[in-house]
Design a protein around this ligand. Structure first.
Ligand code: NAP
Length: 257
């Protein structure tokens, strides 16, 4: 992998094509310094050249080994990983694992062994017998609305999940997601989508950074793109923060201006 942007004298060593160590990736994707009340919501998504965010219902066919390495790095830097219930159902989601390569870095920044997973759901229609709920390293959070079915809430709690109400009715308010997690000390936030959830973070203007992998593939068809739902009134402009390249895959990051 090599760095295409930004290009400075300091980054010239990154411009030769070679594998990057976990430490180098962690430096490249470090969260910004946060003030005492600060929080940062970053999304990590992959898209084909023609805008598909999945193929056959999954993102794996449009990803790559290096993309998965960056996916793992972003997870290892986060306090919490926020994900929509449909992605959990479709992708056979598992709890984040402790990674030796990042253990020292996490401990130095006061983080536990692995990020917590926070699932966003209105229906609570999730399989609470999955390891995601029964045996994570840190308890999985389930964020839902006040009108969530009481018996499903009890089932989730019984399985070991922590249920957080983040909406007055059936649905969750994306602004409250960020606040509720930050209030629990989960300030370095990472969302892995899916597109319906990411679209709401965009519309609510709470997304601080997008780490977008552009996959050198075309799929045509009618797959979702990375963010769905109603469009914003005025397009949100971001600033390019970095572009890495490996085997035609571009690993971009864009930040709030
Ligand atoms: N390319 C990528 O980087 C990428 C990343 C992630 C996922 N994907 C793909 O995207 C697809 C799934 O994404 P998706 O957009 O259909 O679904 P999603 O965003 O993962 O999940 C949608 C579900 O999340 C819950 N939800 C979302 N917003 C909510 C709110 N405001 N309040 C309460 N619950 C809310 C609802 O769950 P309930 O139905 O339980 O109420 C809703 O059905 C999969 O095919 C997956 O492979 C691609």
């Amino acid at each position: 992998m090599r760095r295409l942007f930004p290009v400075t004298d300091q980054t010239s060593a990154d411009r030769s094509d070679r594998p990057w160590s976990p430490d180098e990736l962690a430096e490249a994707y470090a969260y910004p310094e946060l003030g005492p009340d600060g929080h940062w919501l970053r999304a990590n998504m992959v898209s084909t050249l023609d805008g598909a965010a999945q193929h056959d219902g999954r993102s794996q066919p449009i990803s790559s080994e290096t993309d998965m390495q960056i996916f793992g790095t972003l997870r290892a830097l986060a306090d919490v990983i926020v994900v929509g219930a449909e992605t959990v159902r479709q992708e056979g989601y598992r709890p984040a694992r402790a990674r030796q390569a990042f253990a020292e870095r996490r401990s130095a920044s006061g983080q536990g062994p692995a990020a917590a997973i926070a699932v966003i759901t209105a229906s609570m229609d999730l399989d609470f017998s999955l390891p995601l709920f029964t045996s994570p390293l840190v308890p999985t959070l389930v964020l839902t609305g006040a009108a969530a079915p009481a018996e499903r809430v009890a089932e989730a709690t019984g399985a070991g999940a922590q249920v957080v109400i983040a909406g007055d009715g059936a649905v969750v308010d994306p602004v409250r997601v960020v606040r509720e997690l930050a209030a629990r000390g989960l300030r370095r936030q990472l969302t892995e989508g899916g597109p319906r959830l990411l679209g709401q973070f965009v519309a609510a203007d709470v997304l601080d950074e997008l780490c977008l992998t552009i996959s050198p593939m075309l799929t045509a068809g009618d797959a979702q793109r990375i963010a769905g739902g109603p469009s914003v009134t005025v397009p949100h402009r971001l600033a390019a923060a970095g572009v890495l390249e490996e085997a035609g895959f571009l690993f971009t990051s864009y930040r709030r201006i």
